[in-house]
Write a protein that binds this ligand. Structure first.
Ligand code: ADP
Ligand code: MG
Length: 898
């Protein structure tokens, strides 16, 4: 049955879906989960694909090798162990009026439990044959409430060519519901009210449909070409806006004056001469490019991309050395400083240790600041020994020493420490540099963009504050609004990253309290504020937090926050002395954050000295971002649209290859035996699983993968009872994760069962084996990166790929893995082999599936970039494009790398 809608009133884009449609609790939950709240959201919820109704065939006409979708009732559901091997599986029989076909699901016994006997289903997959009998192997299965219109001869005449949109799966809501809801919306005339953000000239130039047409074509296309054309438009639109946002940020930053650095070539060459190797050509090119940037009046913004082990750290060290030994010709200052920020404590520590190696001969101080403390190189003893005995026996002494935070802050502020390495502890307001000239961020995408902006603003902002010499006792109250809200956002993101969605409000409050304390941000709780209206006190308001005596923070843990909550908060601050409030909702998958500003506060913000467009006397540091995450060029151009790109596409000579092999099911024992040999010989192994928990039969329909916890337990019990096994995954607290990694590094753990979180992590040279479960689920580039974990070993290393599908399906990809020169080449191959939608982690870049379709298309990305550049060149402030301007402003906060 088609749902009934009551639609007496006029619909507008911002109307809540709950007010327009009669929704069951299940549907409400599903819509919330998909973050679809308003009519506009619904219209922008695009089909994942279309089923050509003509392709939907009757069961009786299926042939071996068909890729087909059938509709029917499901019977004879049961779980059992597969034929020869003891693989748990589910099976059932689908029937329509023309016949029956068996369906089997390996490793997914829960399918039998979650599907009800006799229920109506849509099943899509490949038809196989065994002993003369046809069957569907691991088909996608979807419970349905009705068979769609025009579905083959059984339910219609089978001749219609209507495309049936299939929306991203979510329990509780069907594709059909979406289809009918959208048709209803189309009929309501609402599409006449949508405002197209893309200028006409651009649409015409690239032959793209208008927003209205595109919305109709994407949801209810008459033919495939219409759907394609609509998707193209939305893909273009998405990339265009990301480009605009990034380019605008870039322009803003580039307008700042920077340190024009004259490099002392002799010193730099001497420094390079001490490396125990010669730089590769790629490293030389990168270094020279950066040196050229240093010579400019304006700050560099550059991305250095290179595989693990390609020598990025060496480039960072060489260029850092050039900065700290260089002179500036456009300022009088000397003693320039460098900051290096890494996403985890372990990585920060690793950089610290590497930098000590590079800088120790000259006794150049290097310091480390993380949440757990501060260290400084050289220790006094080490320095003395180096001086008095010319380094004799110096290596026997601990080169660094623990120091107190205040001591470190003092030395950084006075310029005595030229190189400071750290985690996000680096961007605390208390960290003041004398002359921060160069900022390096490792694996930037692990940080929020805000954090990067913050670090970049750091050095120069400090100068300003130092000159003004404001209230020193009060760490956070002298923070200006923008800076403070950055810091608060950062706290919120950290807490949400650690806890995830779905907790009670007080859980978040407590965690936030702790985090604020950790970062020495001044805050008050349970403070009552008087609220006035027309100079009369009309009530009191007790916000969750008041931070830095300035900003109100209100925490929610709801499925969604809407205009109501905002309005309420706004009316409170309007009647109070406070001017800025943040409304943060941690209840959703992604943090929702609203900044609510009372008018006068807005003024305060634009005059803030901490605005990245810093006043003329303050200089912005040169900026280098480093990443080992291989992404295709088109994606890099988009998400790193604000950075110039430098590739380290050459590996240092003499690296061993990792022996890589796809292992058929049933041959696991051979691999376990190999692991046993290696571990017994004193080495270590990683086992990567795609999931964290036991598959939840309620949730997992299509997933057919091993989970970290379950697998660790099994290995511990059945395979390696005598080894120490530990787990590592993204839902663990970062301190816990760091702890496990440290134990692994020290060799206390022999087998580490992990999710792909170890992609970017420490290098443990003693680890020589990596096993990847469900390898078919990972992209080539990701497999490559995972494999990189065992690349550092001087021993022969191995990578075994276990698949849940037929191993031979992996073979073409495996071939690419063994032939590709580097991660970038693989990322490109991934894009061609798997298609945008499947390209792993579009979401982690903040790009939708439709947007990823643009990423497949270099021409489109270039066109979007060109148009964005042109638009900004003509109108840097976008004042003639108010709709675009507003959206770009929003985008800035929405894009949040995970
Ligand atoms: P990345 O930061 O890109 O992962 P590193 O700079 O840490 O790479 O270099 C990895 C290892 O290779 C280090 O041990 C480093 O000393 C070494 N290395 C770097 N560049 C070269 C080179 N040109 N030749 C030989 N070894 C190198
Ligand atoms: Mg590195």
């Amino acid at each position: 049955m088609i749902q009934s809608f009551h639609m007496e009133k006029v619909v507008s884009l911002n109307d809540s879906l709950e007010n327009i449609f009669r929704l069951t609790p299940g549907q409400k939950r599903a819509l919330n989960k998909l973050r679809l709240h308003t009519v506009d959201d619904l219209l922008h919820h695009f089909p994942a694909r279309y089923t050509d109704a003509a392709r939907t065939i009757t069961i009786g006409s299926l042939k071996k090798g068909d890729q087909a979708a059938v509709y029917g009732k499901i019977h004879n559901l049961k779980t059992k162990k597969a034929w020869r091997k003891k693989i748990p599986m589910a099976e059932g029989t689908i029937s329509d009026e023309t016949g029956n076909i068996k369906a089997v699901w390996f490793h997914q016994p829960y399918i039998a439990k979650m599907t009800s006997e006799g229920g109506l289903v849509r099943v899509e997959g490949k038809v196989g044959e065994r002993k003369g009998e046809l069957f569907l192997s691991n088909p996608r299965i979807e419970r349905i409430t009705e068979v769609p219109r025009d579905t083959g001869p059984l339910f219609g005449d089978g001749t219609s060519e209507t495309l049936y949109p299939v929306y991203p799966e979510s329990r509780g809501i069907t594709s059909n519901w979406f289809y009918h809801a959208i048709v209803k919306m189309e009929r309501s005339g609402i599409l006449d009210t949508v405002e197209d953000p893309i200028p006409d000239e651009i649409l015409k130039k690239y032959n793209l449909p208008t927003l209205k047409t595109a919305l109709i074509w994407i949801h209810t296309p008459q033919k495939q070409s219409h759907a394609d054309s609509a998707r193209k438009r939305f893909a273009f639109e998405e990339v265009f806006f990301i480009q605009l946002t990034r380019l605008r940020e870039r322009n803003e930053y580039a307008r700042n004056p920077s340190f024009k650095i004259d490099i002392d070539r002799d010193l730099v060459n001497e420094f390079l001469g001490r490396f125990p190797f010669t730089m590769t050509d790629a490293q030389d090119r990168a270094t020279e490019q950066i040196f050229l940037d240093f010579k400019k009046e304006h700050p560099m913004s550059r991305l250095l991309e290179g595989d693990v082990g390609s020598g990025k750290t060496a480039v960072a060290a060489a260029t850092s050395y050039a900065v700290i030994t260089g002179n500036t010709s456009n300022t009088k200052v000397n003693r320039l400083q460098v900051a290096i920020m890494a996403p985890t404590e372990i990585l920060a520590e690793q950089h610290f240790e590497n930098f000590i190696k590079y800088f120790s001969y000259a006794n150049i101080p290097v310091a480390l600041i993380t949440g757990s403390g501060c260290k400084k190189f050289p220790s006094k003893l080490y320095a003395d020994r180096m001086r008095t005995e010319r380094g004799l026996n110096a290596e026997k002494i601990m080169p660094w020493t623990n120091i107190s935070r205040p001591q470190l802050l003092k030395w950084v502020a006075s310029g005595e420490i030229p190189i400071l390495v750290g985690t996000h502890a680096l961007i605390q307001k208390a960290v003041k540099f004398q002359n921060l000239a160069y900022v390096i961020i490792d694996e930037q995408h692990r940080f929020g963009v805000q954090q990067r902006a913050k670090l970049v603003a750091c050095g120069s902002a400090q100068m300003e504050t130092a000159q003004m010499d404001t209230d020193k006792n009060n760490l956070s109250s002298d923070l200006l609004y923008k800076d403070l809200t950055y810091a608060i956002r950062n706290v919120i993101f950290t807490v949400h990253n650690e806890l995830g969605p779905g907790h009670k409000e007080y859980v978040y409050q407590r965690a936030i309290e702790e985090e604020l304390r950790k970062r020495s941000l001044l805050f008050e709780r349970e403070k009552k504020i008087d609220v006035f209206y027309n100079k009369k006190k009309i009530g009191v308001y007790q916000p969750d937090f008041i931070i830095g005596r300035k900003v109100i923070l209100e925490i929610k843990a709801l499925a969604y926050i809407g205009p109501k909550e905002k309005k309420q908060l706004w009316s409170y601050i309007k009647g109070s002395d406070y001017k800025v409030a943040l409304l943060a909702n941690l209840g959703t998958e992604r943090v929702q954050m609203e900044r609510i500003v009372h008018d006068t506060a807005r003024l305060a913000r634009t005059t803030s000295a901490l605005n990245p467009r810093i006043s003329a006397k303050v200089r912005a540091p040169h900026f280098l971002s480093m990443t080992a995450t291989p992404i295709p060029r088109t994606l890099a151009l988009t998400v790193y649209g604000d950075l110039d790109l430098t590739l380290l596409d050459e590996m240092p000579p003499g690296r061993k290859n990792v022996i890589t092999e796809v292992v058929a099911r049933g041959e696991e024992d051979r691999v376990y035996k190999k692991i046993r040999e290696e571990v017994t010989a004193g080495r270590q192994a990683y086992i990567i699983c795609p999931r964290i928990n036991e598959p939840d039969p309620e949730k997992e329909l299509a997933l057919n993968t091993k989970s970290v916890k379950e697998e660790a337990m099994r290995l511990d019990r059945d395979v390696f009872p005598d080894f120490t096994i530990a787990v590592l995954h993204g839902k663990m607290k970062s301190t816990e994760r760091d702890g496990v990694m440290k134990e692994f590094e020290r060799g206390e753990i022999q087998v580490l069962v992990a999710t792909s979180v170890i992609e970017v992590g420490v290098n443990v040279p003693n680890a020589t084996i990596i096993v990847i479960e469900g390898a078919e689920r990972f992209g080539l580039a990701q497999l490559h990166q995972l494999r990189g974990r065992v690349l550092r070993s001087t021993k022969q290393a191995y990578c075994f790929l276990f698949t849940s599908t037929e191993p031979k399906e992996m073979l073409p990809r495996l071939k690419a893995l063994t032939t590709a020169k580097n991660g970038f080449e693989l990322a490109e191959m991934d894009l061609t082999l798997r298609g945008g939608g499947e390209l792993s982690g579009g979401r982690q870049w903040g790009i939708s599936d439709v947007g990823m379709e643009a990423i497949k298309n270099l021409k489109m990305v270039e066109a979007a970039r060109e148009e964005a550049q042109k638009m900004l060149a003509d109108d840097p402030e976008l004042s003639t494009f108010p709709v675009i301007k507003e959206r770009v402003g929003k985008e800035k906060h929405n894009i949040h790398f995970e």
